[in-house]
Design a protein around this ligand. Structure first.
Ligand code: ATP
Ligand code: MG
Length: 155
């Protein structure tokens, strides 16, 4: 399935913004210089990519205080498209980072923030289906960055 990534991400961003009451976040979408004037056509199931990015973006919002800054960036490197979603929220304790993608695993610092612990397990499954990759870089009290890489095969 051919999917034009840039309008897709713009649309997803707008959709998430309008679903959040008031302006809870300062949410920006940045495009790498190498792609800002091009369209990026990938072979990737639109529903799966939506699942993946929505789960990560809604986590970034959920685990950050109000009016926080969330950055969503899109770059291209060799044969991969790279999505980075960064927040300045709670962060994830190092001890929890290894199990983050296992079903029902929630970090020890979630406090009263509710969740089932399934979002990232679904993300991992979706990525495995398409030879995608995900990694996390996080520090408690500073914030979290999730990096998603999907293969870029121009039609
Ligand atoms: P849900 O199934 O509703 O998504 P959840 O958000 O708890 O529930 P996951 O999305 O799988 O589950 O995330 C797993 C855990 O990873 C979370 O419970 C939380 O501890 C931690 N986590 C995920 N994203 C972030 C983030 N951006 N900042 C801090 N912690 C995070
Ligand atoms: Mg979640």
């Amino acid at each position: 399935e051919a999917l034009d990534i840039i309008p897709f991400c713009r649309h997803l961003k707008e959709e998430i913004e309008t679903s959040i009451s008031e302006h809870k976040i300062n949410f920006s979408l940045e495009l790498g210089e190498e792609i800002s004037n091009n369209s990026l056509i990938v072979q990737f199931d639109q529903k799966l990519l939506r699942q993946i990015l929505t789960n990560i973006l809604t986590n970034a919002i959920k685990y950050s205080p109000d009016h926080n800054v969330i950055n969503f960036s899109l770059t291209q490197e060799n044969n991969q498209i790279i999505f980075k979603i960064s927040d300045r929220g709670l962060g994830i304790p190092e001890a929890d980072q290894a199990n983050l993608f296992a079903p029902f695993h929630r970090a020890s610092n979630v406090g009263t923030i509710s969740g089932t612990g399934l979002g990232l397990a679904i993300v991992k499954k979706c990525l495995d289906l398409h030879k995608g990759e995900i990694s996390v870089d996080s520090r408690v009290g500073e914030g979290t960055t999730f990096t998603v890489r999907i293969p870029f095969l121009r039609r």
